[in-house]
Design a protein around this ligand. Structure first.
Ligand code: AMP
Length: 115
């Protein structure tokens, strides 16, 4: 059973994709909490931050590269932005496929992603 985000990667579910490489995809969050809200997702089903293995290093590096490129393209790099990963129940994680939230386009308040 593939994750929601794997379905987006495989084009089984539509998404507004803003960036894609062999190892990473990024798309607009369906329920944005800031003017710019992008999800950066590895093309490997790593469920949570707790599950990252040494062998996943290239995926994680590619995710940070995606953040650098996307924030520059969207012209929010200089003003700044926030990157968040929720982990498990207390972190408020809903989709169990590792992802970074990029939030920007305005000054982001404290605990912006709290559910
Ligand atoms: P998290 O709570 O950290 O697991 O974040 C999951 C995020 O996925 C939430 O911010 C949702 O709004 C977002 N989301 C859920 N379904 C979709 C979808 N089909 N396309 C884009 N974003 C989605």
């Amino acid at each position: 059973m593939s994750t929601l985000f794997t379905k987006i990667i495989n084009r089984e579910i539509p998404a507004n994709i803003v960036y894609e490489t062999e190892k990473v995809i990024a798309f607009k969050d369906i329920n944005p909490v800031a003017p710019i809200h992008i999800l950066v997702v590895p093309k490997k089903e790593i469920p949570t931050l707790n599950d990252i293995k040494d062998e996943d290093a290239e995926y994680i590096m590619e995710m940070y590269k995606a953040i650098r490129v996307i924030t520059k393209d969207l012209k929010i790099a200089e003003d700044g932005y926030r990157v968040i990963t929720n982990c498990n129940t207390n972190g408020g994680q809903e989709v169990y496929h590792l992802h970074f939230h990029i939030l920007g386009g305005e000054k982001i308040g404290l605990m912006r992603i709290k559910k």
